[in-house]
Design a protein around this ligand. Structure first.
Ligand SMILES: Cc1cc2nc3c(=O)[nH]c(=O)nc-3n(C[C@H](O)[C@H](O)[C@H](O)COP(=O)(O)OP(=O)(O)OC[C@H]3O[C@@H](n4cnc5c(N)ncnc54)[C@H](O)[C@@H]3O)c2cc1C
Ligand code: FES
Length: 252
């Protein structure tokens, strides 16, 4: 079941490097939300094109009916959204997409840039099941690393930065953790990064799921602009994904 409703901005935190985090409070009880699902946000000024912005659900607070979003300012839509003030309303369609399965005892999440967004909610879900996932986060510099303190209680953190300012120096895909045996790997971030992660997983015979960030318009399977090719034919990223087994994607 999908919902379309107004949320009130309960908190807004501006972070470094054009990132910000919103806490959006619903007046009604939140439905069940699977980690990895996303929302379609309508910005207050409508960013001139009536398109909603697809944004991953970063975390939720069931008790207070709050959805958290971690957003990077890219263009007009995200810039407009960054200007909302506490107390203003934001309309969202939610929860969308299939989300990640909570399965396996030893799991690795690999996030690049803002691709770490859905993994906080996912790490908490695993933690609630008594499993502390390994979370590998890659960023350009230590200034681009986000929400480390939020992750720490729920995950075993591994860090790479391209300039070596924190963690292992280099690309996230060069981290030695890929030599460890995991039950499954989940990845979210730039497509070239996810392709390398999927390739490494394949080399070690580890099932790998990737969350695709195709360009979207409707977000509900109507416009077909987010179609990807799979072993079973064309599928919509917004409804059949965004999470796909990498082995099913012909382009991976
Ligand atoms: C499932 C999903 C989850 C996402 N989660 C996050 C997140 O948690 N945090 C975050 O910062 N960003 C996320 N993105 C990317 C985010 O949607 C884009 O950065 C944003 O739409 C850019 O809009 P803009 O108007 O600022 O920029 P513009 O480049 O001007 O975008 C114009 C329009 O193009 C579409 N568009 C542009 N870039 C993308 C993109 N990468 N993916 C899909 N549509 C796009 C949007 O409909 C947007 O309205 C996600 C994308 C997808 C598909
Ligand atoms: S965004 Fe319209 S079908 Fe997926």
């Amino acid at each position: 079941m999908k919902y379309c409703s107004d949320f009130v901005v309960a908190d807004k935190v501006m972070l470094e490097n054009n990132f910000f985090r919103l806490a959006l409070k619903s007046k009604s009880k939140l439905p069940s939300i699977i980690p990895g699902q996303f929302v379609q946000v309508l910005t207050t000024e409508n960013n001139g094109n009536n398109l909603r912005l697809p944004i991953s659900i970063n975390d939720i607070c069931e008790k207070n009916n709050i959805i958290y979003l971690l957003i990077q300012i890219i263009g007009e839509g995200t810039r407009t959204l960054s200007r909302v003030e506490i107390g203003e309303r934001v309309n969202m369609i939610y929860p969308l997409g299939n989300g990640f399965d909570i399965a396996g005892d030893k799991v690795l999440f690999v996030g690049g840039g803002v691709g770490i967004a859905p993994f906080l909610h996912l790490a908490k879900a695993y933690h609630n099941n008594g499993i502390k996932p390994d979370v590998l986060i890659g960023a350009r510099t230590d200034k681009h690393l986000l929400l480390l303190d939020e992750f720490k209680p729920y995950a075993e953190l591994h860090i790479t930065t391209e300039d070596g300012s924190m963690g292992t120096k280099g690309f996230v895909t060069a981290h030695p953790i890929f030599n460890t045996k995991f039950d499954r790997i989940y990845s979210c971030g730039p497509t070239p990064m996810m392709k390398v992660v999927a390739d490494k997983a394949k080399q070690h015979n580890i099932p790998c799921w990737v969350s695709l960030e195709e360009r979207m318009a409707c977000g509900i399977g109507a416009c077909l602009c987010c179609v990807v090719m799979t072993n079973e034919g064309h599928k919509c990223t917004c409804t059949d994904g965004t999470v796909f087994n990498a082995a099913d994607l012909t382009d991976f």
